[in-house]
Design a protein around this ligand. Structure first.
Ligand SMILES: [Mg+2]
Length: 364
């Protein structure tokens, strides 16, 4: 079996917020690159990538250039293809557009491997659990008012979510009281038994994280995420030492090696892996194995329709971030019920791009 041809679409899709219908920026759009690789046996593997922002046309071009290089190659050898792509990129990796583009290709190769084997990805890679916990994300953003966020949180609970994530480091020039008020308002809206995570998105200084983090410890956060600059591992470790609240992080790291440094610094209690910034399934599994060796659970970042299978595959998968950015691109995605996702039995990712959606959202 050889890689025969590919289709690569640059899309622009709405940044809506379907979980609680509380969009932070109504009308905003998100660029996405959707890749389909077809084999000589007629198997189609799908992948996608994003985070290109204003450089998304360059990302689309990079996916084109790299996928062209592997026409004729064996799609069942993602490590060999990754090595070939790295060598071809002339030293511009790791990180950035190269890694984002390589991720789309790697996702499509694993889809082909799953379909070739007749197995869903989660069974192909370990099959630890058929059902995975998931948490609602993206509905409790910092741009909302306290009342809007509390209302959205109650809506998430009413819809069956048992875990959800809010944000602090509020916009503007918030006082410490503003931050504490937001955390308490959301906790009051959902009661004590919902797992509540909180994302800072690197916006606090370490001393701020320690100060505010201590003052909200009675809110009972399940984790505090990206508390300061993502590569300040010593700073994050200092915050972690000072707080009883567990610390999550890793979504901003590229490839495998920076996760090693974060883990060695004992910065994080939960290793968050982003499938796209990691560079695809192949490196994702290496990070997850490393976390397991350090007795650390793994949590996923965005694209739950892909990530649910990886969290279900590994023994140390904790929960899946349900951030439904891409759902409208597929004919169907795994459904959420009672705060959990039942993993698909269909081969590969079990996902099919909705052709009408691709045409509707296509830029190039
Ligand atoms: Mg985050």
């Amino acid at each position: 079996m050889k890689i025969a041809r590919f289709t690569n679409d640059l899309l622009s899709i709405p940044e809506d917020e379907p979980l609680a219908n509380a969009p932070e920026r109504p009308g905003a759009m998100r660029p996405v690159v959707a890749l389909r690789i077809e084999t000589s046996d007629g198997i189609e593997g799908i992948g996608l990538t994003f985070y290109g922002g204003a450089l998304s046309r360059a990302l689309h071009e990079a996916v084109d250039a790299l996928t062209t290089l592997i026409i004729g190659d064996d799609p069942l050898r993602p490590e060999a293809i990754a090595a070939k792509l790295r060598a071809a990129a002339g030293g511009c990796e790791p990180g950035g557009i190269f890694t984002l583009a390589a991720a789309a290709i790697d996702l499509a190769l694993w889809d082909i491997k799953g379909k070739h084997a007749g197995l869903p990805i989660w069974k192909l890679l370990g099959g630890a659990r058929a059902t995975v916990p998931t948490y609602a994300s993206g509905a409790l953003r910092r741009g909302l008012t306290h009342d809007q966020a509390a209302t959205a949180a109650a809506r998430l609970k009413a819809s069956g979510f048992t875990e959800m994530k809010m944000q602090l480091a509020l916009p503007g020039n918030p006082t410490v009281t503003d931050e504490i008020t937001r955390a308490r308002a959301i906790r009051a809206a959902i009661g004590p038994d919902i797992r509540l995570m909180c994302d800072i998105n690197q916006r606090w200084r370490p001393e701020q994280a320690i100060d505010i983090g201590r003052r909200i410890e009675d809110v009972g956060l399940f984790w505090l995420e990206d508390v300061t600059a993502a590569d300040d591992f010593a700073g994050i470790a200092r915050i972690n030492d000072a707080l009883a609240t567990p610390i999550a992080g890793g979504e901003y790291l590229w490839g495998v090696t920076p996760h090693r440094h974060a883990i060695e610094a004992r910065a994080v209690d939960y290793v968050m892996i982003d499938l796209v910034r990691a560079g695809g399934v192949t490196p994702w599994l290496k990070i997850a194995g490393m976390a397991d060796a350090f007795n650390l659970p793994v949590v996923s970042h965005v694209i739950p329709e892909f990530h649910c299978q990886l969290i279900g595959a590994i023994p140390n998968g904790l929960t899946v971030e349900y951030m439904p950015w891409m759902l409208k691109l597929f004919t169907a995605t795994p459904s959420v019920a009672g705060g959990a996702i039942t993993l698909p039995e269909a081969a590969g990712w079990g996902l099919t791009f909705d052709q009408a959606a691709l045409e509707h959202f296509r830029l190039a």
